[in-house]
Design a protein around this ligand. Structure first.
Ligand code: FMN
Length: 203
């Protein structure tokens, strides 16, 4: 069984989402003999943003030599995602949504014919439904349905849509909220998220 672990926070050792995604991976690795873990850090080794040249290369045009390493990285990202049985993602909220580095990763895995397709009625069909996806999210404030900030939540809602679009129904979120409100709330949120990671069902 294969687990792909992605991190995207720019805050290195101070990151909450990194701490929680590591705890999730650790929990599943300990509970699953022989689990093969692949790690990708899209903050320290960012993928390029999609350009017209990327799209032309995908249509068969000969790419510039300068684009080759990024195209190869994009192909590797897609292949390791397709091969994974479990995907663990550390996803902080930056300006109400995911970090742009994580968006660049998503831009490489949402590929027609690989992770989704349109059927003859024009209805989308996800092709990646065989995976369990667990997302560790961390947010500075609170975005619950009963809060004034609810309409500004484009992190969890966006990721739910993205993974639903490609057919993933086995999707779990572990959230650490209120990280920037004060030290006590931060401590409580991190402890709660780490406990949720420990309590995850085994693979
Ligand atoms: C650039 C930046 C933008 C942020 N934007 C928001 C935001 O829009 N809403 C929010 O609740 N918190 C925001 N925060 C706070 C983070 O969501 C919070 O610190 C969280 O713990 C970040 O995850 P990390 O610790 O894994 O990096 C922002 C933090 C940074 C560094």
């Amino acid at each position: 069984m294969k687990l792909l672990h992605i991190d995207s926070s720019v805050l290195g050792p101070h990151s909450v989402s990194r701490q929680v995604s590591a705890a999730i991976t650790d929990r599943l690795a300990k509970a699953t003999p022989g689990l093969a873990v692949t790690y990708r850090d899209v903050a320290t080794a960012p993928l390029g943003h999609l350009s017209g040249s990327h799209l032309a290369a995908a249509q068969g045009a000969a790419p510039d030599a300068a684009l080759q390493p990024d195209l190869a990285a994009g192909q590797a990202v897609l292949e390791e995602f397709l091969a994974a049985d479990i995907v663990v993602i550390g996803a902080p909220m930056y300006n109400f949504s995911i970090p742009s580095q994580l968006k660049a990763w998503i831009d490489r895995i949402l590929v027609a014919g690989k992770t989704f397709k349109y059927n003859d009625k024009g209805v989308v069909e996800g092709l990646a439904g065989n995976k369990r996806v667990i997302v560790a999210i961390s947010r500075g404030g609170f975005y619950g349905a009963d809060t004034p900030m609810a309409a500004g939540e484009h992190l969890e809602t966006y990721l739910r849509w993205v993974f639903g679009f490609i057919g993933v129904t086995n999707l779990e979120f572990i959230a650490a909220d209120g990280i920037m409100v004060g030290p006590e709330l931060r401590e409580k949120a991190v402890a709660g998220a780490l406990q949720a990671a420990t309590d995850l069902r085994a693979a």
